[in-house]
Design a protein around this ligand. Structure first.
Ligand SMILES: *Cc1c(COP(=O)(O)O)cnc(C)c1O
Length: 455
């Protein structure tokens, strides 16, 4: 079969004539990397136009929770579609957004009673950053305008979100356009001293954050973190004790705590929200990705009554939070989100995921003695392995060799969508994956890693 004769190839050629893809050097598609046109999805499987199937091991960029074409979410979106697709959310409201807000307040950490909607993760981070700054301004603290962020953090790629993140690959080019932030070392446990526990490491690293707050609190509006897992930063993980200490320090120094749970929320780390593992409540909780089960773009910033109250005033005092997006609180997206939350309740997903996460952990642990795997780590339904040229010294491969890309290509040949972050191979599957499919996914990765590291 010559490539040009297949349906895949025809779609790929049409695509490449006009579609400019995200996070992609388009020239890669000249030969290095095939463009895969997907015709349909079912559960954890995607099917292309030539009938080849791919296990979606990355949940289509971490958004899909209960599989593609999930019957319950399909039905909910269909029902909503027959009644109302969208309505302006200023001055008007609708049933799906009201129901969803009540349900989110019920499941989020206690005290997060106000829901401000946007339509993607970066926009939620922009909202949280503006809201925090504006809160302090409304309270007369105009000096509080800076943000503290962790090294290797990721909060999205619009300019404000990019500024409070720290992944060089995405940030460095745009630095001249970005506001200045205070960056402290990450509690990332890949960087543990030999013999040091995750908790000890995270506790030790907190000293830098404490120091930054002691020095700058007067001019700091908020600290923003990804609780427990820095996902885009290579699935780097840390101990909940860090969040506990952070919450206490933010209170002590009168600084907001923004928890960006856009990737880790909705069960990814083993609890509904990662903050639960530290027993803390952030001042602002950013949610998106899994919020709609991976169906439609929607995000929300949940916050507290005191923060809401700082904006609640006579119109003429001009203290309102005027931020808006055209598709804020879209009804179809809200219906998908309600169906998603319904599945969590009805199927006791958090409980059921415990067994799945244990199975994933056991399978991934078997990779630990691979001669080119320097680290194996797992947190709930996220597992990752880190390739290295030299295992003992953890010397990475030169990035130009793109070893991870070879694993990706092997996955495509074998029927798994594994999309590494550099040389970090990770697994973040939909929760409807079976133990047998987990075995397949990890086995394909192991083969790919063997191939990628054999020369
Ligand atoms: C994906 C992500 C974002 C950005 O969300 P988008 O919808 O892609 O803009 C922000 N923060 C974290 C932690 C993310 O993983």
């Amino acid at each position: 079969m010559t490539p040009a004769s297949t349906a895949n190839a025809r779609y790929a050629a049409r695509d490449l004539a006009h579609v400019w893809h995200p996070c992609t050097q388009m020239k890669d598609h000249e030969g290095q990397v095939p463009m895969i046109p997907i015709r349909s999805g079912q559960g954890v499987w995607l099917e292309d136009f030539d009938g080849r199937r791919y296990l979606d091991a990355v949940s289509s960029w971490w958004v899909n929770l209960f599989g593609h074409a999930n019957p319950r979410i399909n039905a909910a979106v269909r029902a909503q579609l027959e009644r109302l697709e969208h309505v302006i959310l200023a001055g008007f409201t609708h049933e799906a957004v009201i129901d969803l807000s009540e349900e989110l307040v019920a499941v989020a950490p206690g005290g997060l009673t106000r829901c401000f909607y946007a339509d993607n993760g970066s926009a939620a981070v922009e909202v949280a950053v503006k809201m925090s700054f504006h809160y302090w301004r409304n309270r007369g603290r105009t000096d509080k305008r800076r943000f503290v962020t962790l090294a290797n953090s990721y909060h999205g790629e619009t300019l404000g979100a990019l500024a409070v993140g720290n992944v060089e690959l995405y940030k460095s080019v745009y630095r001249p356009l970005l506001m200045d932030v205070i960056t402290v070392p990450s509690p990332d446990c890949f960087l543990c001293e030999p013999g040091e526990s995750w908790a000890d490491h995270s506790r030790r690293l907190f000293a830098s954050l404490e120091q930054a707050l002691a020095r700058h609190a007067r001019e700091v509006a908020a600290v923003i973190v990804e609780p427990l897992v820095q996902c885009a930063g290579g699935m780097r993980m840390y101990d909940p004790v860090y969040l506990e200490m952070l919450r206490a320090a933010c209170d002590r120094h009168e600084v907001h705590l923004i928890a960006d749970e856009i990737a880790v929320g909705f069960g990814r780390t083993g609890t509904m929200f990662a903050c639960e593992q530290a027993g803390i409540r952030p001042d602002m909780l950013c949610l998106s990705k899994g919020l709609t089960g991976g169906y439609l773009p929607l995000s929300v910033v949940m916050t507290t009554e005191p923060i809401y109250a700082a904006f609640y005033d006579e119109y003429t005092r001009l203290n309102a939070f005027l931020h808006s997006h055209s598709y804020t609180g879209n009804a179809l997206a809200c219906a998908a989100a309600r169906a998603t939350l319904g599945i969590f309740r009805e199927d006791r997903v958090i409980e059921r995921n415990r067994a799945l996460a244990a199975h994933l952990a056991a399978r991934v642990r078997e990779l630990a003695d691979h001669p080119h795997i320097a680290d194996v780590r797992q947190c709930g339904m996220i597992a990752a392995v880190e390739l290295a040229r030299d295992k003992a010294s953890r010397t990475p491969y030169p990035w130009q060799e793109r070893r991870g890309l070879a694993v990706y290509r092997h996955g495509l040949e074998r029927g798994a969508l594994l999309r590494p972050i550099g040389d970090v191979i990770y697994f973040m599957p939909p929760y409807v994956i079976t133990p047998g499919e987990i075995d397949f996914m990890v086995e394909v990765a192991r083969e790919g890693i063997d191939r990628a590291t054999s020369a």
